[in-house]
Design a protein around this ligand. Structure first.
Ligand code: ADP
Ligand code: MG
Ligand code: ZN
Length: 479
């Protein structure tokens, strides 16, 4: 029997506001426990929530970018449950009337080419955090940190439209890229500002009704998401193949083992007794406000990638690399514009720039060589003043000193040696030092030629004009 997997994701993304959703407390990560709390987010009786305008703007931006229909009127509700990290005894969320409906993401052919629809996007507050470890009496006590309590989130819910672990991981990755691109979310999965739960079921190939799903929580990387889903698909198929039935439950991913295990079954599932939040009026996003947010939407990664391919004649793979973040795309495009040489700009960005970012674990914004400085370097290479080998050293020096390419080339005497009178003596010296190689070349082993050119380049510290060196060398050997 062959099976088909069915996957739907629920993604929680922290909105990049300075303050919480219903109070003025800071959302900054890493403060001492409970430093960012007040009567509202600590859930003291009588404290009243006031909705953060910026949070709404960011949520609307995300919804518009994902093609959702932003609802003119949405309603906050109380989701009631008891948990120590939830001081009010309820979470303010949106239930029956969410902020946005529909929308979705077109997935590439490599994972099936489906359009994965979104069900909804709603706004809600985050809960606090239970600290079970790290204190002298952690064997007896759990401590609570309410810094996250009231941090603004959007929950993005997909339809069960995905059919493989790889597709789900790519969907999550694409969504992350867009949210970060928009400045809606910082994409930091380690700090919990972007989280994903995976709903997984399987069914016989050709079956049209959905199988019973399990919801897998606690997957905080793309790789883990893929692994967790893959494991879960295999587990469910195994259950069915052995005559069993998949039970609806919540499961936890264990990253160390690469497996999932049951956390709670549907029978233990909560009845949240949702009701409209009496302390907040319905959220109204009228047409002018929606239109204002729409007008501010930047060109999105996909559109920009396609435009790069068309405008700069760069390969698809390169265009994807150059649009991984908005900062990299801006950097490339500025370099291409001011140098007038898109090919060189893309080579430099994909090579030295991205390599430095990776090695130093920094964002493009922290790269000290500006696009116009890089364009200056590209110009000097184009004119033939320096070779591309020397250019790499110049780039490194620009990186370290912040100097301009032309100044570094002048100060260090790096300009290419392209006159015969300086190069010929060096060529002669190299030939004299390697009579055996010369003999081999004369005997027809032309590929040995590069070795000799290399020796000259070494003596000139990479400054010899390779074309001229080659010509002089061929003339001298007579091949
Ligand atoms: P619940 O009420 O358990 O939260 P929902 O119907 O709200 O379930 O769906 C939550 C998520 O689970 C959505 O992302 C949805 O696409 C996905 N989902 C629903 N049914 C299935 C299924 N049978 N298999 C896989 N995913 C599913
Ligand atoms: Mg759910
Ligand atoms: Zn507060």
């Amino acid at each position: 029997m062959s099976y088909e997997a069915v996957i739907g994701l629920e993604i929680h993304a922290q909105l990049l506001t300075a303050t919480k959703i219903f109070c003025g407390c800071s959302t900054a990560f890493g403060a001492p426990p409970n430093a960012h709390t007040c009567p509202v987010c600590a859930g003291l009786p009588g404290a009243l929530p006031v909705l953060n305008r910026k949070a709404v703007d960011l949520a609307v931006t995300a919804a518009l970018a994902l093609g959702c229909e932003v609802q003119e009127r949405s309603v906050f509700a109380r989701k009631n449950y008891f948990y120590p990290d939830l001081p009010k005894g309820y979470q303010i969320s949106q239930f029956e009337s969410p902020l946005a409906l529909g929308g979705g993401l077109q997935m590439p052919a490599s994972v099936g080419g489906r359009f994965v629809q979104l069900t909804r996007i709603h706004m809600e507050e985050d809960a606090g955090k239970s600290l079970h470890e790290g204190f002298g009496d952690s064997d007896r006590k759990t401590y609570l940190d309410f810094n996250r309590s009231g941090v603004p989130l959007v929950e993005i819910v997909s339809e069960p439209d995905m059919r493989s672990a790889a597709e789900a991981a790519l969907f999550f990755e694409t969504l992350r890229q867009i949210l970060v691109w928009l400045g809606v979310n910082d994409g930091n999965m380690d700090e919990g500002s972007l989280r994903c739960d995976a709903n997984v079921s399987v069914r016989r190939q050709g079956e049209t009704t959905l199988g019973t799903k399990a919801e897998v929580k606690n997957v905080n990387s793309f790789r883990y998401l893929e692994k967790a889903i893959e494991y879960e698909i295999g587990r469910q198929i195994d259950v069915i193949d052995h005559g069993g039935r998949v039970v609806q439950e919540t499961r936890l991913f264990d990253a160390a083992r690469g497996t999932t295990h049951s956390m709670r079954s549907k029978e233990q599932a909560h009845d949240y007794r949702y009701f409209p939040e009496p302390d907040l009026p319905p959220l109204v996003v009228d047409e002018p406000r929606r239109a204002a947010r729409a007008a501010l939407l930047p060109e999105l990664p996909d559109a920009r990638r396609l435009r790069f391919i068309a405008d700069y004649a760069i390969p698809e793979y390169d265009a994807a690399l150059l649009t991984q973040t908005r900062g990299v795309a801006d950097y490339f495009e500025e370099t291409a514009r001011s140098s007038g040489n898109a090919k060189a700009a893309s080579n430099w960005v994909m090579g030295e720039v991205l390599r430095n970012m990776k090695e130093r674990a920094i964002a493009i914004e922290a790269v000290p060589v500006s696009p116009s400085a890089l364009a200056g370097l590209i110009g000097i290479v184009e004119k033939g003043t320096i070779s591309s080998t020397v250019a790499k050293d110049v780039f490194a020096k620009m990186y370290d000193t912040g100097g301009a390419a032309a100044d570094i080339v002048a100060a260090d005497g790096l300009a290419q040696i392209s006159d015969t009178s300086s190069l010929d003596p060096i060529v002669q010296r190299v030939l004299a030092a390697h009579p055996d190689v010369v003999a081999e070349i004369k005997a027809g082993k032309d590929r040995k030629f590069q070795f000799l050119v290399g020796q000259v380049m070494k003596e000139t510290k990479g400054k010899g004009d390779p074309k001229l060196v080659t010509d002089l060398m061929r003339a001298a050997i007579g091949v």
